[in-house]
Each structure stands twice: as C-alpha cells, then as structure tokens.
Write a protein that binds this ligand. Sequence first.
Ligand code: SF4
Ligand code: SF4
Length: 103
Amino acid sequence: MEGDEIMEDTKVKVNIDDKLYLNTYNVDTLSHLAIKDQKICENCKEKTCTFICPARVYECKDGYVTVGYEGCLECGACRIACSHDNIDWNFPRGGFGIQFRLA
Ligand code: SF4
Ligand code: SF4
C-alpha cells in the first residue's frame, strides 16, 4: 500500500541508550531512593522495579534488591509501579541528580 510505504519511509529509530548518554549527573553521596523492607522484596513475585526502570537502577540477586541510585532519571515510574509501596522515593537534594540534555 502506498500509504504504508510513506509511513515506513518516515519512521525514525530512537536508541534510548544514545539519548541517555547525553545526560550528565551531579551524584550525591546520599541515596534519594531506598527499599523500605527487603523482606517484602523477597516475597514480591512481580519484581516490577527490575524491569520498569529505564535506567536499570534496581537489580535483584537471590531475592535481595540493590538500588543503583546514581543513574536515576527521576521519572518516578518505580514509585508508582511497585505494587507493595516498598520504595522510599525522594528527589535528590538540591543541586544533585540528573541534568537533562536533549538532542
Ligand atoms: S517491585 Fe517493590 S516490592 Fe517488588 S522487588 Fe521491587 S521494590 Fe521490592
Ligand atoms: S525514578 Fe525512574 S529512573 Fe529513577 S529509579 Fe525510579 S524508575 Fe528508575
């Protein structure tokens, strides 16, 4: 179909890793994210935080969830997605965190 061919020609592929590479961080020594209770994570079947985060901040090893807060994009998705309300979520302290650069 002609219309489909036109749509195909105008598609632009976006690589999220390339986009994220443009951002810079002023990393705080204090984490602005924390797991409230690791026992709840142990029993959490969904482990939504490990796949919802675009920056792959959360990792689960043997039931224990680690938080690599340094790469956080401050999007808030993990706070909403954790069905157990088990993430203590704050913005980084003033002057710290991500500085977005768009290209
Ligand atoms: S989704 Fe919430 S409860 Fe489940 S592993 Fe992640 S932080 Fe823990
Ligand atoms: S706020 Fe967004 S980027 Fe930061 S840890 Fe949560 S999901 Fe990941």
